[in-house]
Design a protein around this ligand. Sequence first.
Ligand code: ACM
Ligand code: ZN
Length: 469
Amino acid sequence: MKRINVIPMPNKVEFLDGEAVVNAEMLTVSVDGSLGDEEYILTVDQSGAKLTGGSEKAVFYGKQTLRQLGTHCPCVRIEDKPAFPYRGFMLDTVRHIFTVEDIKKLVDAAASVKMNVMHWHLTDDQGFRIYSARRPEATLKGSTRKSSDFGRLEESGEYGGYFTPEEMREVVDYCSERYITVIPEMDMPGHTSALLHAYPQLSCKGEAVEVKTSQGIYEDILCAGKDETFEVVFDILSDILEIFPSEYIHIGGDEAPKTRWKECPHCQQRMKKEGLKDEETLQGWFTNQVVEFLKSKGRKAIVWNESLRSGVVDRSVTAQMWMDKKKHSVKFANEGGVMINSDFFHYYCDYPYSMTPLIKTYSYNPVDRKIKDKSTVAGVEAPIWTEYINNFEYLCRMFFPRATAVAETGWTYRENKDAADFQRRLGSYKKILDEIGITPAPEEDWNPSVFDRVTKTVYFFTGLLKRKN
Ligand code: ACM
Ligand code: ZN
């Protein structure tokens, strides 16, 4: 049987007679504007390889396919375009920071499987990692924590670091050369302890807040009642907009407890003045202030699904679903919004393979059954949070090949997925990761036995499982 070992599997593959020897001199490339922006046609036969793309980006995708076909392959004609326009990965550089060199390796891996978004989680309770020229205190005070205690992973001593504008631009440019858009995230109003450490006056109580040293959901969040909150947020966002040219900016919105807002005279005053019925609606209002600011600069917002709870958030936002029992994001999409799927139980790559085996990630359908129109799901994203991950080798084992599976779901239209075939193709794809300098999890780790699934997951959550490295 003829087959090709390409990830993501191209959407239309027609085998021609014979086998081809492929080399760079035998490739002709053209751009044809009648094809889609991400669509390409690639023919490989004994006379050489011919690649036509709807744009330079599409040509880049065709080249990724060609690279994976290898030097010897069956003669083929491939017609290909993606199932979803948004195919991303998310990196948390707050809980642990990674070098620009290592980030570039992740970008290379993402590009090799036709991903087009790097969502960069840059601010949180445990550190503020964007250098802000307008508000340098945010970075200089907020980027260092006194110690780290993330359960399994205890590290003594101060931990800190941030990305300079030059470093962030370097990542943006590197991504851009690979047709990947960097979407920076400044999380708010929750997950802001590091910012509040620099600006305690922006909390409801106005008291000192530490840069957090462990994982959690913290009650001190940005006060929605104080005008100064928005002055600082807009200053930092202005810096972010100068560095990141992306149409979308991620403004977080997850896990924001309302404890302080309920007791805060400023927040209560704001609710009264704006006629907001409860604190959830106050978060909706908060989000809309930031959305309006971004709109005034020609940008749009992405928000985590909790931001939708009040039902008042502007329809121009894109909702990122991660954990959404009440399906606010599906309702939002069905009412004219757009969503991205990064489901916790299938796509969070920081959890062990015992909890999220590769087959579970690969087999997942990112379009919820209750979605009325598939085009309201912009796509998929594989996040990796780094509370438990403090070195690049371990990050790579957790991320690959699960992120690769998410990339294929984002690109390839499939009713019934063949996980065994995907895993077979990974055998060849490993060479590409190897060239990039990434070592994925060994195959024996991908799909643990039922016994291991139970015991290792229990160990993970009880903190008994020691990291392998
Ligand atoms: C999240 O995992 N808190 C978005
Ligand atoms: Zn307040």
